[in-house]
Ligand binder design. Structure first.
Ligand SMILES: *Cc1c(COP(=O)(O)O)cnc(C)c1O
Length: 365
């Protein structure tokens, strides 16, 4: 064991993992019980890893209540490759897709989709520097769109959808990278959900994709589509078309087990609500701190806030780090502070941050 104590890690991603997960991985890293070699050393076609993959898929299905007809895929390339794979597979070159632009990650998804086909912006929060989420009535949806794409939680701006947008039967695609499994999710209302693992469900190196098999049948047939970008091929091969990211999948499997052990998605939602409420209450207490997101669309995962001056913000980040509260600097496009408090972030760390904020305000307010 390292002699350096763990700090409270508020990083946006890669981010904090559950301690029991790290401890189990550490314990078994050199020699997996009953196998005698590391998970890092064994064939992905061997019985052991096949078991890990199958169990992880089973746990994902159980946690989210994934309908049987949906495929669960474990892919390379992070969430960013999904920005391209979605249009390459589902946007006919003479059609268009609707994109709801609620922050920096939706903007990146749009940028990639435009390289493939037509994009219509169903709504954008750009003028308010992405401090809000659209109401259903604000969306300009095209009934002929190939799909509607949205980002359920904007990691950089700290705004989160409370409700899944209603699309009137048009397939819905969700980038859930930073709030996947932070709360119950109605998979059947989506055609495809993707999440880079490194925010809330595992380490960097694997993206979880849940896609309707029915929708897959209606994909764009493009013989030039590279094999690795073809969802159907990955689905047909059970995510084993090539060597899958074995270690990230193994860790994700442990995270799924941990989530189930604490009561699944309804339980983690309650914990996440309690944690975020404590932090927002402190932000709202006096006016010294100012939340970036409007109150009705505040993220439970990424809490973005400002201080009265950039000098005070810089000093806050520095002093907090010295006090064992790491990773609080906000993204440059929003400025200020960002506390990422994903599933695995301990409540004691919220209490420590709130105490630190009170003390900092006493000194500088
Ligand atoms: C981090 C993030 C991404 C990009 O993830 P990569 O795995 O680094 O490609 C995309 N969308 C959202 C919402 C994110 O938070």
């Amino acid at each position: 064991m390292s002699s350096t104590p763990r700090v409270f890690n508020f990083a946006a991603g890669p981010a904090v993992l559950p301690l029991p997960v790290l401890e189990e991985a550490q314990r078994d890293l050199v020699s997996m019980p009953g196998v005698g070699m590391s998970i890092l050393e064994m064939s992905h076609r061997g019985k052991f890893f096949e078991g890990v993959l199958a169990q992880t898929e089973k746990d994902v299905r159980a946690l989210a209540g994934v309908p049987d007809e949906y495929k669960v895929l474990f892919l390379h390339g992070g969430a960013s490759l999904q920005f391209s794979m979605v249009p390459l597979n589902f946007l006919p070159r003479d059609a268009s897709a609707d994109y709801i632009v609620s922050g920096a990650w939706s903007q990146k998804a749009v940028k990639e989709a435009k390289k493939v086909g037509g994009v219509k912006i169903a709504w954008t929060g750009e003028t308010g520097n992405f401090s809000t989420i659209p109401a259903q009535g604000d969306l300009k949806l095209d009934p002929a769109a190939a799909y509607v794409s949205f980002t359920s939680n904007e990691t950089i701006h700290g705004v989160e959808f409370d409700e899944v947008p209603e699309t009137g039967g048009v397939p819905l695609v969700c980038d859930a990278s930073s709030d996947m499994f932070s709360r119950p999710i109605d998979v059947a209302r989506h055609a495809l959900i993707y999440a880079g693992a490194q925010k809330n469900i595992g380490p960097a190196g694997v993206a979880l994709v849940i896609v309707s098999g029915e929708w897959l049948k209606r994909r764009v047939e493009d013989p030039k589509l590279p094999s690795m970008l073809n969802y159907a091929l990955h689905a047909d091969n059970g995510s084993m078309y090539n060597t899958p990211p074995v270690f990230p999948i193994y860790i994700m499997g442990l995270v799924m087990k941990w989530l189930i052990s604490i009561g699944g998605l309804p339980a983690i939602r309650e914990i996440n609500r309690r944690k975020a409420a404590k932090l927002y209450a402190e932000i709202d207490r006096t006016g010294f701190y100012r939340g970036h997101a409007q109150k009705s669309c505040r993220s439970l995962m990424n809490v973005t806030f400002r201080l009265p001056s950039e000098e005070l913000e810089a000093a806050f980040v520095k002093e907090a780090k010295a006090a064992g509260l790491d990773g609080l600097k906000g993204h440059r496009s929003v400025g200020g502070l960002r506390a990422s408090i994903y599933n695995a972030f301990p409540e004691a760390g919220i209490d420590a941050l709130v105490e630190f904020m009170k003390e900092y305000e006493r000194k500088h307010g």
